[in-house]
Design a protein around this ligand. Structure first.
Ligand code: CTP
Length: 397
């Protein structure tokens, strides 16, 4: 669940800071990217060198360092979550009152991501009325609080106030991201790849689609909690193991696979490059080169996206793609309308780094009302994130 998650770990001055070495190690092991910010007091309990080695990132501490400035605003925007562990009594009081006298506080006050704290202090401090009031304030600011544990304290006393164990903090984060999954429980149908229209037992009419974009989309949706069914044309790329894959060859097989499943779906994303025409006759034996010229009679395939658009209910969300070489915007908007889609993703073959075979793509999205969303050239994984974010935004619009 923490794979690829960006985490800022703020460490403050408490004896429990020594446990953050284990915490960072556990987070990194789970695939998270961790950037550590320490207060000056935290350095008395654990060294920046240990944490930079384990996090594989520089440890930040000062707003300004020689000639460089730590961009606290961008740090808060970079992170998926900001975790402050251990949270000392002093930093708790600063957070409750909006004080900004170090980098950690500057990042906290400008963070747009969720913030979670794991307090750590001796029992008497923990039970002080001001601590309780400050924690209430933190909750009222929508910060999350990981409960303290009961046990042996640095003072030698036994009681409440110990920082939650690193394993429990990781478990808390796991649950947090699991519950936050935006597409949790949604059933999504995705088509990807080319189709092959057979001419005879050895030949076919196909196209250059690799299926990379659709597979990246299916993986992104799955990682956000959706149940994805991927209808995949002949592609050499393998889909992630946790996705249900229906392998098809021709446009008519893809049509059958989609139409028979669509009723149960919440969302359908048609990213496949489906053949528009298919041979009227498929020779049962290999066609011999007896004549100087050879004519193939083709007939139109069924338009899958259009058929789903005709069946679509108000509760279903339909996404189409448009691959164009000219008059891109006009053609994309026409497809959006004629196929009754809720959103269309335009790829222009005129854009460098876009289209078949590339590892990158450049897209423009149009919603039902014709509103345009522009994106830069990015890896197909990043493009998949943009498409999924836009779907989620429009679902909640
Ligand atoms: N599509 C489909 N079934 C087809 C043809 C296309 O579902 N038989 C879908 C594609 O998956 C895509 C959208 O329709 O989501 C647009 O595909 P595109 O090839 O750009 O356009 P076409 O509708 O085929 O029209 P044209 O080839 O004339 O541009």
């Amino acid at each position: 669940m923490l794979q690829g998650k960006k985490i800022i770990l703020g460490i403050t001055g408490s004896i429990a800071a020594y446990k953050t070495a284990v915490l960072v190690r556990l987070l990194v092991k789970q695939g998270a990217e961790v950037k550590v910010i320490m207060t000056t007091a935290a350095k008395d309990f654990v060294t920046p060198l240990v944490l930079s080695t384990l996090s594989k990132n520089d440890v930040l501490s000062d707003i300004a360092n020689n000639d460089s400035w730590a961009n606290h605003v961008m740090l808060g925007r970079w992170a998926d979550i900001m975790l402050i562990a251990p949270l000392s009594c002093n930093t708790l009081a600063k957070m409750a009152n909006g004080l900004c006298d170090n980098l950690l506080m500057a990042v906290y006050l400008s963070a747009t991501c969720p913030v979670v704290v794991a307090p750590a202090m001796d029992e008497d401090m923990w039970h002080h009325t001001s601590t309780k009031d400050n924690l209430k304030k933190l909750s009222s600011f929508s910060n999350h609080i990981i409960p303290v544990a009961n046990g042996e304290l640095a003072s030698g006393l036994i009681g409440e106030g110990r920082m939650a164990e690193p394993e429990n903090i990781v478990e808390w984060l796991d649950h947090f991201f699991l519950n936050k999954l935006e597409l949790k429980g949604k059933k999504i149908l995705v088509t990807a790849g080319p189709t092959y229209e057979a001419l005879d037992p050895v030949r076919f009419i196909g196209n250059h689609s690799s299926g990379k974009m659709g597979i990246a989309l299916a993986a992104e949706m799955q990682s956000r909690g959706a149940n994805v069914t991927l209808v995949l044309g002949p592609s050499i790329i393998t889909a992630p193991e946790n996705i249900e894959v229906i392998k098809v060859k021709s446009a008519s097989e893809m049509y059958e696979a989609c139409i028979s499943r669509f009723d149960k779906m919440d969302i359908a994303v048609m990213s496949a490059a489906v053949a528009d025409y298919t041979p009227v006759n498929i020779a049962s034996e290999k066609i011999k080169k007896n004549d100087d010229s050879f004519t193939i009679e083709l007939t139109k395939t069924k338009d899958i996206l259009k058929s789903l658009g005709e069946k679509k209910t108000d509760k279903q969300f339909l996404v189409g793609f448009a691959l164009e070489t000219n008059n891109e915007k006009a053609y994309a908007l026409k497809k959006l309308q004629t196929k009754n889609a809720d959103m269309i993703v335009l790829n222009s073959l005129n854009d460098i780094g876009a289209g078949f075979g590339h590892d990158t793509n450049k897209i423009t999205i149009f919603d039902r009302g014709g509103k345009e969303y522009n994106f830069d050239t990015k890896s197909k994984q990043e493009v998949a994130k943009d498409i999924v974010n836009t779907i989620i935004k429009l679902l909640h619009a």
